[in-house]
Each structure stands twice: as C-alpha cells, then as structure tokens.
Design a binder for this molecule. Structure first.
Ligand SMILES: *Cc1c(COP(=O)(O)O)cnc(C)c1O
Length: 496
C-alpha cells in the first residue's frame, strides 16, 4: 500500500516515508491509494486485547512495517501509561455509550495517537536509513503540546520543542508542559498568541537554508500535528474496538449498525471513524459535533465551507478551529480522489477563505450529520447528565452529548450510539464544576476546584493532575515571537 498526496504532487510514497514526512511537498495530505477492507471477521475480535486489535487494523495501512516492528510500536504505546488495561473503555450513561479516550498520560484523546507516533517515526527512520536526530517542532494552544511532549519523552533518536503562547493557556495546561520530565523535551513560552506561535513554526519548517544548517548538525525537523497519517491510522482502532465491546456485552448483534458522535475540531477523529466505516465497520450516521465555531455544521448543511467569520473562544478550546485541516481528506474522497479538483478547492480556501463542493460531492457525504451546541447548551447537558446518572463529562464531550440529544430528538433515530469522550473532566475542572453547580466558589484556585470535582463525581483524581501540584517546573524558557528560529537553534542542544 502506498500513499498519494491529496493535491497530486507526490505519488507512491511508502507508509513509513509518509509518516516521516508528515505533509506532502505540494502542501497536500497523504492518503492511502485505497481504503483496505478488514481481512478478519469483526466478531472474531471479541475477547481480544486492544493491542491485538490495533495490530490487525494498523497492519492494513502500514504495510512496510514488519509484524515485529508494528507490534513493538503498539506495545510501547499502549502500556501502563494508560490507567486501565482496556485502554479505551466504554461507559453507558443516559441513553448512549461514552467511549472514553482519556485514560492515557495526559488524560485527553490526543494520547491515543501521540503515544504511538514517536515509535512509528523512529521505526520509519531506521527503515529509511535516516540517521539524523528527529526533532519535533510544535506550536500548541494547550493540549497537543503536552500530549506530544509526553509521547516523545525519552524516545531515543528524538527530541521535542514546544512553543506555547505565554498567558494563552490555562494554568493547568502550562504546568503540564513546564513540568514534563524527559531529557529530550522542552517547552518555550512565546510573547505572542497562538497564531504567532503557529506562524513562526510554519516559517521555520519552510526555511530551506535552516534545514541545510540543521542537516549539517545531523538534525531533521518534523511535525507531530494531526495531519500526519501516523496519527490518523491509530485512531481507526478504537472505533472497531468500541463495536467489539458492544458485541461482547450483547448490546448489539453482529452486523447491527451503530451511530458515532464525535466532538470535532480539526476533523481528524471523526475522519478515522469514517475510514473505519469504509473498511467495513457497520456504522449508520457519523454525527459531527461543533461548538460555537460551527464552520463544519454550516458546511454539512450547505456544501459551502466558509472560514470568513468571527472566531469564538469557548470552554471547549480544542475545538475552537476555523480551518479543519483533515477535512481535506474527506473532500478528496468525495470527488473520487480527484487531486486536481481537491487542489482547486484548497487554493480557493487559501485565497478567498471559502469554497463550495459540487452536488455529487455533497451527496457522497450523506453519512455525516452536522450539529452544534452553544455554551449554554453544553453546560445544561453536563449538568443534566450528572443529575440523571452521576456521570461527569468534560466540555468537549459535552458538545457531543448536547448535539447527540438534539439529533436524537429531531430525527427519532434510535440506533445504538457511541459518543466519543475526548478529555477527562479533570482537565477542564473549572468549566465542568461551574456547569454542574451553576457557579464557582469565589476565589477558588484550580486545585480546590479539582478537589470539588472529586467530591462531586466520586472518581479518583488522575495521577496526571494530582502530580502537578508539587511537580518541579523544569522548562522556563521564554522568547520573543521574532526570535523563534534562534531559540530553536539553541533548544536543539537542550533536547539532545
Ligand atoms: C483535539 C481535540 C478534539 C478535536 O479533535 P479533532 O481530531 O481535531 O477533530 C476534541 N476534544 C479534545 C479534548 C481534543 O483535545
């Protein structure tokens, strides 16, 4: 199986090379030349471990990895970093199943892919005789940075430098990054906002002269962002797993269709669900849940993608996105993998900020149902779910739960539904406790609110949060937004 760029400029790239490169040279995203069908009976996976299922699914995409390489990557990723052997447990509450993807090192769903990506990358480097050190460069608005740092920490042959906006992330998020252990990691606060950090990182990636200078130092920069095919493929696994869990529990019969509802930002997670469906997983609707930044909802309604709108800051910050980069892969699939057509639409997106798909393309996306939830709707759903069942969800999952309720009521659709739960409520304690109680105790600090959440939910505070209180701060570097390249030059020493 080889990979092609969605924009046509690069073809027949091996899986391991696609993972090493991240983005195609023409700015497109790598896609497999066909979507493989399962070569096993889903029912036969009942009783098998997450790691075994992961192998069966991923081997269909990562065909140039040997069985031993792939199994080693999987076993190094899905181990005791997760606080449950199930890795991705399914919890029933108030009419739907919540697929909890937050049991990894940083208690959010990005761990599902970022705990395996470093291993896939180092194996890919070995396969392709790349001996340079791989340094990951990332700009983060909070979640990705920490998950990437945790994933790459102490992985031999790699290093990671994360830029976050000083004052632009929550106190907990900042502590998560600045206290991260590992000799090959660092986080730098930039004097600017997330866009400044993002723009600076992109500029460094595009700097050919700098790349040559780094090559002389035996360093190659790479990115861990969600368009890397090495993040997409591992995400297909848990959708199949959730289906197997429902089968095991006798909640569905073999072949029954389920709905999947995903709180969506960059469109990576829900795209993985769609790929699972194309591979043969019995899925009826894919419900794409947005917050007030409802550009995807509007797209599924009208067939027109338009990012020219006000950017809204919400309590589900990982979904505050106006350009969902992974949507490009759906666009590409929807026009029969016509790279010329896709490239044309993407160039309209960058020149005008909008594009419209054809009627045929829109019709081919009929499996998707878009929905959005307002901030008040999210808070109401977090509270009503808690009142009805005692089960506590975070704000991102709250978006999905609110959207699912609206969908079920409007459509009358009674299909068994899996709602993807993307973060532990402890990661967004303030908003969650505020939603449940209607107010926050005056002047309460983050750790007091976390304690309050523990009492409300009757759950244990995850180690990832408890540790932060007394963890020493290890990364204190700051830089001006104009100084990022110089900082990278120096930081490569710190992470080597
Ligand atoms: C990244 C993230 C999302 C959005 O996922 P996409 O794959 O970008 O659509 C939702 N919830 C949480 C908590 C996240 O960290």
């Amino acid at each position: 199986m080889n990979y092609n760029s969605t924009r046509g400029g690069e073809k027949n790239v091996s899986p391991s090379m696609a993972i090493l490169k991240g983005l195609a040279d023409d700015g497109g995203l790598f896609m497999p030349e066909y979507i493989p069908a399962f070569d096993f009976d889903i029912r036969s996976m009942c009783g098998r471990k997450y790691q075994e299922l992961a192998y069966e699914v991923m081997k269909l995409y990562l065909t140039d990895y040997t069985e031993e390489e792939l199994r080693t990557c999987i076993n190094n990723a899905y181990d005791s970093k997760f606080d449950t052997e199930e890795i991705a447990p399914l919890a029933y509450a108030d009419g739907a199943y919540f697929l909890e993807l937050y049991h990894g090192a940083t208690i959010a769903f990005k761990d599902m892919a970022l705990s395996i990506l470093p291993h896939l990358m180092t194996a890919a480097a070995r396969k392709n005789d790349v001996t340079d050190r791989i340094i990951i460069l990332t700009a983060t608005s909070g979640d990705t940075g920490k998950a990437a740092m945790a994933g790459f920490a102490d992985v031999p042959g790699t290093g990671i430098i994360v830029f976050f906006p000083k004052g632009g992330v929550s106190r907990i998020q900042q502590l998560q990054m600045t206290t991260q252990k590992g000799d090959n990691v660092t986080a730098v606060a930039i004097h600017g906002n997330f866009d400044d950090a993002q723009t600076g990182v992109k500029k460094i990636f595009g700097d050919k002269e700098f790349a040559r200078e780094l090559a002389d130092r035996h360093v190659r920069l790479s990115s861990a962002n969600s368009i890397n095919i090495g993040r997409l493929v591992p995400q297909i696994v848990y959708y199949v797993y959730s289906y197997v869990k429902l089968l095991e529990a006798g909640k569905i019969s073999d072949g029954d269709k389920i709905n999947i509802c995903v709180p969506t930002g960059n469109f990576g997670n829900i795209l993985a669900a769609y790929m699972a469906k194309l591979m043969g997983l019995p899925v009826a609707k894919l419900i794409c849940a947005s917050n007030d930044n409802k550009v995807l909802y509007d797209f599924f309604e009208t067939g027109c993608y338009d990012k020219n709108r006000e950017f809204v800051l919400t309590d589900s910050p990982s979904m505050d996105i106006l350009v969902s980069s992974n949507l490009e892969r759906l666009i590409y699939l929807s026009c029969g993998c016509d790279a010329v057509k896709n490239a044309e639409l993407m160039s309209e997106l960058s020149s005008k900020g909008r594009y419209a798909v054809t009627k045929e393309m829109k019709d081919s996306m009929a499996d998707f149902a878009g929905g959005f939830a307002t901030e008040a709707g999210v808070h109401d759903r977090i509270r009503s779910l808690y009142d009805a069942t005692g089960y506590v969800i975070d704000t991102h999952t709250g978006v999905a739960a609110a959207v699912y309720d609206d969908y079920a009521e409007a459509s009358g659709d009674k299909t068994v539904t899996v709602i993807v739960s993307t973060a532990s409520p402890y990661k967004f304690s303030k908003a969650v406790v505020g939603a449940i109680k209607g107010e926050l105790p005056e002047g309460a600090d983050d750790f007091e609110i976390i304690e309050e959440l523990r009492e409300l939910s009757g759950t244990q505070i995850p180690a990832a949060v408890a540790e932060l209180k007394n963890a020493p701060v290890r990364h204190t570097a700051e830089c001006e937004k104009t100084d990022m390249k110089e900082t990278v030059r120096k930081a490569i020493e710190w992470v080597s």
